[in-house]
Design a protein around this ligand. Structure first.
Ligand code: ADP
Ligand code: MG
Length: 246
């Protein structure tokens, strides 16, 4: 084995795989740039760190389970005038995640709630946060399955590993008593510990009704809206607009 291969293998065994796999190029760049020893040492570290960072972001993107490629760049604020670009951009320092605050988007179908939630989720992943997207019905089903296996606690702590949980479209369909209880367990575990983005078509005044006014409804709502930024979205459905545009 030549010295180069040997050195690369050593880097690999030290789990410095980005350096290992691009050692030839890194050396050539160093020679070409007549780098100092210190700059070269630094370059190796920077290279490994930046590759790790980007593969972590890539993994987190996959793990997030976004149902569609929606980006804030594609959001048209001329159509959706009940929220401003400034308001959305203000969220992108992710202070709300660092402070474990929630975002709630309330509004009728088609006004861009899910688009905004995914768009913000994408940016959060890029900023290095772990994000999970779940449709409310899927989430409830997931919790129910775990609960039936006697693994609700385990499931909840698994979901609490993410910095940000996006619960999309809560309130479209009624839930069973058990489902509400499971959801309460989750929300309670995330409270002041993780952030939630919630999208819903229900105003809070209707939530009691949605949750059948049982003793779990009020504490769920209470925990979500405490420390939350609430955005009431209105206007015309974007889907309808597109249908009638031509
Ligand atoms: P909601 O979740 O409020 O029902 P969606 O976010 O799913 O609405 O929006 C419906 C469709 O319209 C999606 O394809 C979404 O990308 C698009 N859309 C909605 N509002 C906008 C907007 N302001 N600019 C660009 N696309 C939009
Ligand atoms: Mg939606």
């Amino acid at each position: 084995m030549g010295m180069l291969e040997h050195t690369a293998a050593q880097y690999r065994s030290l789990r410095l795989s980005a350096i290992a796999s691009e050692l030839t190029q890194l050396l050539a760049d160093a020679e070409e740039g007549e780098m100092s020893y210190l700059s070269f040492a630094n370059r190796l570290a920077e290279h490994e760190l930046s590759r790790r960072q980007s593969s972590r972001v890539q993994r987190n993107h996959k793990a997030a389970g976004f149902p569609a490629q929606k980006h804030l760049e594609g959001f048209d604020y001329r159509h959706q005038t009940t929220i401003s670009k400034r308001q959305v951009n203000a969220l992108l320092d992710f202070q709300f995640i660092d402070e474990r605050h929630n975002l709630v988007f309330i509004g009728p179908p088609g006004v861009g709630k899910t688009h905004l939630a995914i768009g913000i989720g994408h940016k959060a992943v890029e900023a290095g946060y772990r994000v999970l997207f779940r449709n409310a019905l899927d989430l409830v089903e997931e919790l129910e399955l775990s609960e039936m296996k006697g693994e609700l606690k385990k499931k909840v702590s698994q979901l609490a590993k993410y910095d940000l949980l996006i619960i999309d479209e809560l309130g479209y369909l009624p839930m069973t008593r058990q489902a509400r209880y499971n959801l309460f367990q989750l929300i309670n575990s995330l409270y002041e510990y993780r952030s939630i983005i919630l999208t819903t078509n229900k105003d809070f005044t209707c939530w009691g009704e949605f949750f059948h006014d049982d003793n779990v409804a009020v504490p769920i709502i209470d925990r979500i809206i405490h420390h939350s930024h609430i955005f009431m979205l209105g206007g015309e459905s974007y889907r309808l607009k597109q249908k009638t545009a031509g």
